[in-house]
Ligand binder design. Structure first.
Ligand SMILES: [Zn+2]
Length: 550
């Protein structure tokens, strides 16, 4: 093969370098040696480009206007954008009529939990996602070197970066204790966070509604965030309250950024309390004020009016504290049980269901697979009761007694979703995970976040411009975690690219049949390697573990 000639052509591009003459000499010498060993290639020119994406509409991720051009790739790198010579390419993808964009970067993902079981992560690949940031909402592996090694051994289809989770860190040091850490415990947590940062974490996440993170005071988090700040990381937070106290919770996240001096990423930004629907003007205003003050605060959002989390969240936090046995003991005590039920009724009448049990759908419930896909109204009826809120609270306590499951909560309104989406500091992110195909009833965001924004909010409703939307999926999230070679299409950048037909892009909007891959993405290329080619998944696993500063 004429590999050396190919090298020669690359060197031609750097004729301004002083070493040019010796490069030419060396390349020429190697070419002669190579052709001596393989006479049949004597007159064959190795193509200059491994891949040429021709005639596409390039939306480069910077937010700048789209333009028609070609993109050339050698190895894992973009080596040219412009009117390029098609005869110089080993392979040409004709992208006429299609959009060519940077691979999407999903800044809010949870696939660290199951990436080793589902390393193909097909539900994201088909959305044009090429990089995910996992370890969100306080939940992550704690020992990064070990984790990274096992992911690399299994192989992974797309690139993965990781945040260190506060909940996981706290649990490692303090178990489920409902108290402030001792100075020794704080020092141990700080050390774990520092070790994770040194191993390549992009920052720290919190999940302040979850155990045991919900037991932490702001000071504990500020101390940890200072460790993250010293290493150049970000603070990503599932804030303490997304319902009636959302304002206080946003203020807490901003305070942590101000005190610890680090960028703040507020996760899955939403207004989820029926008494506050429409108040995204207020919550966005808090972020705008913080930014005006000079603080680096951005948010991310999944483009749906439904959220998803454990069914256990219809139970008040104090009643969930400790172990499963603690929870059962509380339910076994009639007085405590009555108190839990009263508060659960309040939660169902307000934040979680707005007084309508059909707003909650069971996604998966390992102890009762027959509930999967049923609404809480239906589950209440299956248990022999009228679907009133009171009965719903009773049934929820009964079925949660032996173990939990996940639920989909239809708890937001479109007006807020769109207003949040339009904010220039809002990033598109899924809050999803690696979904095993056709198992359970996952939130549609797992399959449809990115195509839904493109199809519904760009093409059909014009809520966002195309360039703006792509920026929120690529350049903006890349800059958030300082990915130097990803997120924008330009010479010298890593060839993470997707090609889609904006007219054909479609997500699946069907909650009854959620396991459907996104449509419209003809090619998804990671590090120069197609993982989707002519619309079909290839057998490739070119993903890398990404580490901060890499
Ligand atoms: Zn979360």
């Amino acid at each position: 093969m004429g590999k050396t000639v190919y090298s020669f052509q690359r060197f031609e591009k750097v004729t301004h370098l002083p070493g040019f003459i010796s490069y030419v000499f060396l390349a020429g010498l190697l070419a002669v040696l190579s052709s001596c060993g393989n006479p049949s290639t004597e007159t064959t020119q190795q193509p200059a480009y491994d891949l040429l994406i021709a005639n596409g509409t390039i939306v480069d991720g910077s937010g700048g206007p789209a333009f028609e051009s070609d993109i050339a790739i050698v190895g894992d790198e973009i080596v040219g954008i412009g009117d390029l010579d098609e005869s110089a390419a080993a392979r040409i993808i004709d992208a006429s009529g299609s959009v060519v964009a940077p691979g999407f970067i999903d800044l809010h993902n949870h696939a660290d939990r199951n990436i080793r079981e589902s390393p193909g992560i097909e539900n994201y690949i088909h959305q044009g996602v090429t990089t995910i940031l996992t370890g969100n909402c306080g939940n992550s592996p704690v020992h990064f070197d070990e984790y990274f090694q096992s992911v690399e051994e299994t192989g992974i289809a797309l690139n993965l970066g990781l945040l260190i989770g506060h909940n996981a860190t706290r649990e490692e040091v303090m178990g489920n204790a409902n108290r402030a850490p001792t100075p020794e415990e704080q020092a141990q947590m700080n050390a774990l966070v520092k070790a994770a940062m040194n191993a390549g974490a992009f920052g720290m996440s919190t999940g302040l509604i979850y155990l045991p993170g919900t037991y932490s005071e702001t000071d504990e988090i500020i101390a940890l965030a200072r460790v993250v700040a010293a290493e150049g990381g970000i603070y990503a937070s599932h804030i303490r309250n997304e319902f009636d106290l959302v304002v206080n919770a946003i203020e807490e996240a901003i305070t942590i950024g101000r005190e610890a001096r680090l960028p703040v990423q507020i996760s899955h930004f939403k207004v989820a309390d029926n008494t506050m629907w429409g108040d995204s003007t207020i919550t966005l205003g808090l972020v705008e004020s913080a930014r005006a003050e000079g603080l680096d605060v951005t948010v991310d959002q999944y483009p749906y009016t439904a959220g998803s989390t454990g069914l256990i969240n219809v139970i008040p936090a104090w009643a969930r504290a400790g172990s499963k046995e603690d929870f059962q003991a509380r339910l076994d005590d009639p007085e405590t049980r009555a108190r839990i039920k009263e508060e659960a009724i309040g939660i169902l009448n307000g934040a979680r269901a707005a007084g309508d049990l059909s707003r909650i759908t069971i996604a998966s419930f390992p102890n009762h697979p027959e509930y999967s896909g049923k609404t809480m109204a239906e589950v209440t009826e299956m248990n022999g009761h009228e679907p009133t809120i009171e009965n719903g609270a009773e049934v929820a306590m009964e079925i949660l007694y032996d173990g939990g499951g996940s639920a989909i909560y239809h708890m937001m309104v479109e007006e807020d979703v769109q207003r949040i989406m339009r904010a220039p500091f809002t990033i598109v992110a899924s809050d999803g995970s690696a979904v095993p195909y056709e198992k359970n009833v996952p939130h549609l965001r797992n399959y449809g976040t990115f195509p839904r924004v493109l199809a519904r909010y760009v093409r059909d409703e014009g809520v966002l411009g195309l360039e703006e939307a792509i920026h929120k999926m690529s350049g903006l999230p890349a800059s958030r975690i300082s990915l130097a070679t990803r997120g924008v299409l330009a010479e010298g950048m890593t060839a993470d690219i997707n090609i889609f037909d904006l007219d054909a892009v479609a997500d699946n909007e069907d909650w009854a049949n959620p396991h459907q891959y996104a449509a419209g993405f003809s090619h998804v290329i990671i590090g120069g390697v197609p993982v989707v080619d002519e619309g079909a998944r290839t057998a490739e696993f070119p993903g890398k573990v990404l580490k901060r500063g890499m």
